[in-house]
Design a protein around this ligand. Structure first.
Ligand code: ADP
Ligand code: 5GP
Length: 220
């Protein structure tokens, strides 16, 4: 059975990584594409777990060799999704999750329009600023300039929400996790024909199957 490609984007600090981690602990069979990046690792991040941390020369070589499904420059660093991640998931028949920015998402949507795209919104800019600040304090890397840049960028990213198939607001975490899980299960239901099968059982007065039974009871 064909795997589903899920694209998840959000302004930095909206809680996308937190959501994705919870989603993966709740839903089986979701592979996560570990991106390549030229940015330095943050706090507790480990090479090969959150990202493949790469030097700019290696990244450039990979891009020139066509090894990326998409890549983009985000906040002065390069980020890319390896084609191998998609090939691997496809070969295993697994669903794949991409956590990528709006520029990368656009490239993937053009190449693979059947992908299920989800945009995660913070409730408002004040909450976003608070989350960005808390996170950088927790990682002992508070750089006002970085926070300001990400907040500024958030405004233009939020406008691109309309290019996505789904959008959810990460206000109360559990609610947002439940919504993301529902989107994944719904997409699987559509892919597996379960949704269509259930719809076909609706009590539609025009349903020929139901009418035939009613007729057999002399009720038509
Ligand atoms: P992103 O991956 O979008 O950049 P993170 O997942 O790193 O964001 O979350 C940014 C910060 O916000 C983290 O400190 C995280 O614990 C916190 N956070 C995420 N979701 C929520 C939520 N629903 N309510 C409160 N804090 C949250
Ligand atoms: P961060 O540095 O906070 O981990 O990520 C910054 C931004 O880069 C986020 O919007 C994240 O979704 C995006 N990003 C992470 N990996 C990729 C990738 O492989 N490609 C693209 N285009 N963006 C990515």
């Amino acid at each position: 059975m064909a795997g589903i490609l899920f694209i998840i984007s959000a302004p930095s600090g909206s809680g996308k990584s937190t959501l994705v981690a919870q989603l993966r602990s709740l839903v089986e069979g979701l592979e996560f594409s570990i991106s390549y990046t030229t940015r330095r690792s943050r706090g507790s991040e480990e090479n090969g777990r959150e990202y493949h941390f790469t030097d700019p020369a290696t990244f450039k070589r990979m891009a020139e060799n066509g090894e990326f499904l998409e890549w983009a420059e985000v906040f002065g660093n390069y980020y890319g999704t390896a084609r191998a991640a998609l090939d691997h998931a496809r070969a295993a028949g697994k669903d794949l999750l991409l956590d990528i920015d709006v520029q990368g998402a656009k490239q993937v949507m053009e190449k693979l329009p059947e992908a299920v795209s989800i945009f995660v919104l913070p409730p408002n800019p004040e909450v976003l600023q608070m989350r960005l600040r808390h996170r950088s304090e927790a990682e002992h890397m508070t750089e006002e300039e970085v926070i300001e840049r990400r907040l500024h960028q958030a405004r233009s990213e939020v406008k691109q929400m309309w290019d996505y198939k789904y959008a959810l607001v990460n206000d109360v975490l559990d609610q947002a996790v439940a919504e993301m899980r529902a989107i994944v299960l719904y997409a699987r239901g559509v892919r597996d024909g379960v949704t269509a099968l259930a719809e076909g059982c609706r009590t539609d007065p025009k349903s020929p199957r139901l009418r035939a039974v009613l007729k057999s009871f002399g009720l038509e």
